[in-house]
Design a protein around this ligand. Structure first.
Ligand code: TLP
Length: 340
């Protein structure tokens, strides 16, 4: 089975497993786990922030951002297809008691003028704008890189109005690898950043949230309230450290594989590529084959290929380090046979 459903499916490498075995641990709720402290300090340093917190997942990191930045009754501005809006079970509303207000972006990038226009004036009828969220790379837009200049412009607006910016950088390392913009440059355009260790970087579990020391102190309490205060968690922080320090450079291979896949699928009758492939995601439209995404996925599955539906006639393929160039060639050959 060639599994292109997501880069979340990667299995920990031998080195990660060994590091888990060797991990020095302590009780992290007492901030006594040396492996966690090492990971958090490294992450904060790499992103140019004062502090960092190891959290269980990207969703938990994003929710902690909403809970820490906002008060109940606030409004959060975010892109119309943001993960926080589409795929987190409305947890921002359920947990932080905030309402989302979406702005339709272009390849995941919101127009800074529209962001500014959506900021609420001081009026008893209105919610307060508690947070602006940017997603980079943008998942639903097919792994699109949100340009640094766009982030700079939005952050400029946000600072003018005193509103915190949170970056959902689940795949920020993909953006950096593909664009050549360093991770700390992206991180400098937001007050807080969440990034996933368990996607393209290949760790088995975990995300990091970074920000000011004061923000992280409050975030730590929210993590505890959410049940995310873990104990001898160095056993998963050590694989995360390897993900952070050793796995980012190879992401360009995933991007090359995604481009190769998109280029070849585009030549096949009935299939069209919906996205400009910036990173490791390819969105394929199946309408020309007269099939829904689900029908096409069934056929793929029978051919030992897994992907996910991303719309009624859209299938998402994600490349990652457990999928080799040979696997991509196999996928191309098998789909080519179907298309004949
Ligand atoms: N995305 C998953 C699914 O939830 C769709 C995937 O397979 O792509 N932000 C972004 C931009 C994400 O893509 C994801 C996961 C998250 C946050 C949440 O991360 P986790 O899964 O660790 O909670």
């Amino acid at each position: 089975m060639i599994d292109l459903r997501s880069d979340t499916v990667t299995k920990p490498t031998l080195r990660m497993r060994q590091a888990a075995f060797d991990a020095e641990v302590g009780d992290d709720v007492y901030t006594e786990d040396p492996s966690v402290i090492k990971l958090e300090e490294k992450a904060a340093g790499m992103l140019g922030k004062e502090a960092a917190l190891f959290v269980t997942s990207g969703t938990q990191g994003n929710q902690i951002a909403a809970l820490t930045h906002c008060n109940t009754g606030d409004e959060v501005l975010l892109e119309a297809d943001a993960h926080l809006f589409l795929y987190e079970g409305a947890s921002m509303s359920a947990l932080a008691g905030v309402q989302p207000r979406t702005i339709q972006g272009n390849r995941g990038a919101m127009d800074p003028k529209e962001v500014e226009a959506a900021i609420r004036p001081d009026d008893i009828h209105f919610p307060e704008t508690g947070m602006i969220c940017i997603e980079n790379t943008h998942n639903k837009a097919g792994g699109a890189i949100v340009p640094l200049e766009n982030m700079q412009a939005i952050y400029g607006v946000a600072r003018e109005y005193g509103i915190p910016v949170h970056l959902d950088g689940a795949r920020l390392f993909n953006a950096a690898a593909a664009s050549g913009v360093s991770i700390d440059h992206y991180a400098a355009q937001a007050d807080t950043v969440q990034f996933c260790l368990s996607k393209g970087l290949g760790a088995p579990v975990g995300s990091i949230i970074t920000g000011s020391a004061d923000f992280i102190r409050k975030a730590r309490k929210w993590r505890k309230r959410l049940g995310g205060g873990l104990r001898q968690v160095g056993v998963i922080a050590e694989p995360g450290y390897i993900a952070l320090t050793e796995m980012a450079d190879r992401l360009v291979e995933d991007h090359e594989n995604a481009k190769a896949l998109a280029d070849r699928l585009a030549e096949m009758p009935g299939l069209t590529i919906e996205n400009q492939v910036d990173t490791n995601i390819v969105l394929v439209n199946t309408a020309g084959r007269g099939e829904t995404a689900e029908e096409f996925l069934e056929i793929l599955k029978k051919n030992d290929i897994l992907a996910v539906p991303f719309g009624p006639e859209t299938v998402r393929f994600v490349t990652h380090f457990d999928v080799s160039r040979e696997d991509i060639q196999t996928v191309i050959d098998r789909i080519h046979r179907l298309a004949l």
